[in-house]
Design a protein around this ligand. Sequence first.
Ligand code: GLC
Length: 515
Amino acid sequence: MDVPWWREAVFYQVYPRSFADSDGDGVGDLEGLRQRLDHLQWLGVDAVWVCPFYPSPMADFGYDVADYCDVDPLFGTLDDFDRLLAEAHDRDMRILIDWVPNHTSDRHPWFVESRSSRHSPRRDWYVWRDGGGPGPGGRPNNWKAAFGGDAWTWDEASGQWYLHLFLPEQPDLNWSNPEVVEAMHGVLRFWLDRGVDGFRIDVVQGLGKDHPDLMDDPPGTVLPRSSFNDHPSAHPILRDIRRMVDGYPQAPVLVGEVYLLDTAQVVRYLGRGDELHLAFDFTSLYAAWDAGAWRGTIERVERELGPVGGWPTWTLSNHDNVRHRSRYGGSEDRARAAAVMLLGLRGSPFLYAGEELGLEDAVLPAERVVDPGGRDPCRAPVPWDPSPGHGWGVEDPWLPWPPGPDVRNAETLRADPSSILHLYRRLIAARRASAALRGGDVRLLPSAPTAVVWARQAGEDRRVVAVNFACEPVGVDVEGEWVVEVASDGTGEGGPFGGTLAGDAAVLLRPVSSP
Ligand code: GLC
């Protein structure tokens, strides 16, 4: 059986506002991304996930979509998108786009119409309730929105409450209405017909909207535990979508954001191989730099995904969370060791733009804060070169630079073979060349408590990955003779493995006998 492309792919997430700017307005755009495809090809990634670029009032920086089938002028045009896709394909890279099905913008024509009257033909496209009338006591229930505040907003003109799991500017669609289903399938077809290779699906855990009873959450409920999440009616919605996309020749992938922080619950969204192809399991994003935490995470993922034949995903950073280098205390040694870990695990790795440069979160003065969810620091612009504008044409783009852009930029690091950027490139190349790393199974090996060591194997091809989470050196005892294929600190590559790992270091080993 052919292995689906997405099982062996290294994915790379681009937040377009912050990636690359082609027109010098201080906000990244699709043409900027196209012009930087060289970087991505040189790095060796297989697929690029592009966060929302659709027309949007930008209350949530594009996750409030006002038109699913166009490009916001800030990011360019549909022609720019087509050019980006064509050029990526020419370079054998695939493009995933971000599909936001849980909610629209309050400026989307669907919501404008829905809101216009209780009798609007689109009234039922969103979730409207009477509750007990206006005023805080009248809310239909006690659900809380993701960025704080209540999940209901009173609409004065039509005299009802509408539901929004996020901002009031992001009203939730009613997926129990077949017209919504059809319209949203139309959106997927629009992009699939243009040739996109898949979708990252936003807020999958919120899609099930069949809540006739609208029960209150028990006191003390903390997101994502609210009863509006993880409703069983999400599963038939996903199965229908899966059937539809599977009919496309490019074998599109559906990668779902299932923000439940519980691997067993997340795995259910793979269905019986008939729902999502891949699901983000953010337990890896929340695991501390700690051997016990990572051993537990790897064991749990294998235990939960194994029986259903699921394929894991691994994410250390994204546009919603503190970058892992910052979370792990800022040390470059750790960021390097984490790269060896990420690219050595069983599953599809998702890199977040800039982690290959060892970027940390930006430090923002209060007056530069723009995101209602407090996520600006991880969205700082990617520096491309050491010039004052770092390749952006302006010295002061929409968010301040991350720390150290004079050195932590693509051009400077590319000129330095010992840089973290080259480490990522060597790891991706090693992965591509090894069946064991791409698709082999994983077996945890005995190790000191501060280290995690695992073996990967596919047929005769074998690799070992060893990560030291402590600051002190640790002995690693692996049966047989091994060569250091890639070392997080670059030392000893190509030579025999001596059995010791420096503090906060990791190695990828191959058997002496293998080429
Ligand atoms: C997802 C996105 C996040 C966005 C939210 C609402 O969690 O990753 O950036 O704010 O959904 O769409």
